[in-house]
Design a protein around this ligand. Structure first.
Ligand code: HEM
Length: 115
């Protein structure tokens, strides 16, 4: 179950009879589940082909619901699409800093006599 699926791919499955949803960076095929969903078909159709994490969490789904959803997991949201979502306020990681320092040490100091 480690298939990577892009958001663009998820968007193609945005219909009642072809219904994929992203929840917490995982992709679910809920086409067959929608008739069984205690919250009704319409709620799932309303998030078809997109990220439904907020809607899913707003309901406060039970642990039982979380068990059921595992059966419909088809893959993980592609890393590139996860990053896009969380890009706000991004700061350099510790690794970036280590590399920056390493480079600073490795590179001879520039002469500023012309500036
Ligand atoms: C794989 C995904 C999902 C599964 C397995 C699932 C399962 C369930 C289950 C078992 C319940 C009964 C209450 C509970 O046990 O929490 C429920 C209720 C409900 N679900 Fe979902 N659900 C899923 C996704 C969603 C999404 C994406 C939405 C909204 C867009 C949604 C909206 C609702 C609503 C509105 C209820 C009714 C809550 C109530 O009656 O108070 N569900 N769901």
């Amino acid at each position: 179950m480690s298939r990577e699926i892009s958001l663009a791919e998820v968007k193609k499955h945005n219909k009642a009879n072809d219904l994929w949803v992203v929840i917490e960076d995982k992709v679910y095929d809920l086409t067959k589940f929608k008739q069984e969903h205690p919250g009704g078909e319409d709620s799932l159709i309303s998030v078809a082909g997109r990220n439904g994490t907020r809607e899913f969490l707003d309901v406060g789904h039970s642990q039982e619901a979380r068990e059921i959803m595992k059966k419909f997991l088809i893959g993980n949201l592609a890393a590139a699409d996860i990053k896009k979502k969380g890009a706000v306020g991004a700061s350099p990681t510790a690794d970036d800093n280590v590399n920056a320092n390493a480079n600073a040490n490795a590179t001879p100091k520039q002469c500023c006599i012309l500036h």
